[in-house]
Ligand binder design. Structure first.
Ligand code: DQA
Length: 146
């Protein structure tokens, strides 16, 4: 069975009460529940990881190809700053999909640059929770095609 690692970056643990005008009122638990439901319908396994710490995310990515077939990551604020996360992804030979709840290209200028996109297989940005679900569908479809 395919196994996909879902990584949530910094402050996403606060979803539901964080800038609700931008991110909505759905909390991370509920988002993970929706991802789990989608995973069941796709007949794959998912594992969740959330961290506010760049190095911990780097460590997790560094181990990912031992255990997982793909990674779906919302790098959150590190999207725009982290050469370390980008380099960690660059070393992997499993596909990594970058997802964002909001459309980062329609927001402040500093969010319009992603250091992660050049090493991602694809990017889905702007569809709220559905960004994760679409990311999962896309990566599973890709893996099944080989
Ligand atoms: C985000 C967009 C980032 O700019 C921001 O720092 C986040 C969330 C999103 O999902 O829309 O924390 O990645």
């Amino acid at each position: 069975m395919l196994k996909v690692l879902i990584i949530h970056g910094p402050n996403l643990n606060l979803l539901g009460r964080r800038e609700t005008d931008i991110y909505g009122t759905t909390d991370l638990r509920t988002i993970n529940g929706k991802i789990l439901k989608k995973a069941k319908s796709l007949k794959i396994n998912v594992e969740f990881y959330q961290s506010n710490h760049e190095g911990d995310i780097v460590d997790m990515i560094g181990q990912a190809d031992k255990k997982f077939d793909a990674v779906v990551i919302n790098p959150a604020a590190y999207t725009h700053t982290s050469v370390a996360i980008r380099d960690a992804i660059g070393t992997l030979d499993i596909p990594v999909i970058e997802v964002h709840l909001t459309n980062i290209y329609a927001r402040e200028e500093f969010r319009q640059k992603s250091l992660i996109s050049p090493v991602a297989k694809g990017v889905i940005s702007g569809f709220g929770v559905d960004s994760y679900l679409m990311g999962l569908e896309a990566v599973v479809s890709m893996l099944k095609k080989g």
